[in-house]
Design a protein around this ligand. Structure first.
Ligand SMILES: [Zn+2]
Ligand SMILES: [Zn+2]
Length: 348
């Protein structure tokens, strides 16, 4: 089968590999139907993810059809359409029992797919712990609607949850890329009074503002004066999804005293917490790495029409065009937000 493979630092290439087989009773093999490319894949290609293993098939955001299940799998069966969780977690270790599945202690646990074990930018993928990591897609939900269940929407859902947004709150969201978009969708489920969104890129601001007419979408430099005029002098909850030194600073400066500051972004350099400057503000910082164990809840919200991330799919390619899809996404060309890659058909 064809598999898009991380060969060495800087090089991804389409390769031929044998079709994956079941290796453990809790495994399933999924025929991939639709996949996406994530910024983490770009980080892998750039050599910025040291735990990524050369030779692995990349891709951790995909949906498909169950082809084969191990003897211990009970929740899904051959022929089921499923969304795949980015984190394949065992469900039984100390961390999983607390819902901290990102730190699942199983060797196949946490973010392994498309990083330490073969992922989903391939015709087939083996999924460990299929019962916890495959979520059936209801009949009325398309592959496109389900595509971001396991990664982006899980991240947004988790970020909004751990930010403890309450009805009537002012929420500051930094970064209006795909993660920011899904986080905004999930933050709104908690009925904040105001959603203030900062983004440096005017194209992304316009994209966001069109789809979230009630959000206040601003360049970052306009945020602090606006937040200073809010009744509590800052945001009740802050979610940082941009990942620069400036966005990190804005996250704590824009928070009101005693706020939760959730750092979802993947930083490429260490950040400085200037504790003397924030003394007395009594902030709570929460740091990222999604605990992606709410996929069933996310899928239910998609089916109910309450979460729709399909506008993020700005480009669709066939799998044979993966090189073009990857470079467009990595270089953020042509107004791209997310690409969808159809595995089973050619797109002219
Ligand atoms: Zn990802
Ligand atoms: Zn575990």
């Amino acid at each position: 089968m064809r598999a898009y493979t991380y060969l060495e630092r800087g090089v991804f290439r389409m390769t031929q590999k044998p079709r994956p087989v079941l290796r453990a009773p809790r495994d399933a093999v999924v025929r991939v139907t639709l996949a996406s490319i994530c910024t983490s894949d770009v980080h892998i290609r750039n050599g910025a993810v040291p735990r990524a293993v050369p030779g692995i098939t990349v891709g951790h955001e995909f949906v498909g059809v169950v082809e084969e299940t191990g003897s211990a799998v009970t929740h899904v069966k051959k022929g089921d359409r499923v969304a795949v969780n980015v984190e394949t977690y065992c469900g039984t270790c100390f961390f999983c029992r607390h819902g901290w599945v990102n730190n699942c202690s199983d060797p196949n646990g946490g973010w392994a797919l498309g990083c330490r074990i073969d992922g989903g930018l391939a015709e087939y993928a083996r999924i460990p712990f299929a019962d916890t990591n495959l979520v059936p897609i209801p009949d009325g939900v398309t592959d496109e609607q389900a595509l971001f269940t396991g990664d982006l929407l899980s991240t947004g859902y988790w970020a909004a949850k751990i930010a403890h947004i309450r009805k009537g709150d002012t929420v500051l969201l930094i970064g209006a890329g795909p993660t920011g978009y899904c986080t905004a969708l999930c933050a709104l489920l908690h009925s904040p009074a105001r959603l203030i969104v900062c983004e440096i890129d005017p194209v992304r601001r316009a994209f966001f503002a069109r789809r979230f007419p009630n959000a206040e979408v601003l360049p970052p430099e306009d945020a602090l004066p606006l937040l200073a005029r809010t009744p509590r002098g800052g945001a009740d909850a802050v979610i940082e999804a941009a990942g620069s030194a400036e966005s990190f600073r804005l996250a704590w400066q824009g928070a009101r005293p005693n706020a939760n500051v959730v750092l979802v972004a993947m930083y490429e350099t260490p950040q400085i917490l200037p504790l003397p400057d924030m003394y007395g503000k009594n902030l709570t910082f929460k740091t990222g790495g999604v605990d992606g164990c709410d996929c069933s809840a996310v899928m239910r919200l998609i089916a109910e029409g309450r979460l729709d991330a399909t506008p993020l799919i700005t480009h669709t390619f066939s799998f044979s065009d993966i090189e073009r899809a990857f470079s467009l996404f990595a270089q953020k060309k042509d107004g791209v937000m997310k690409v969808a890659v159809r595995m089973d058909e050619d797109i002219p």
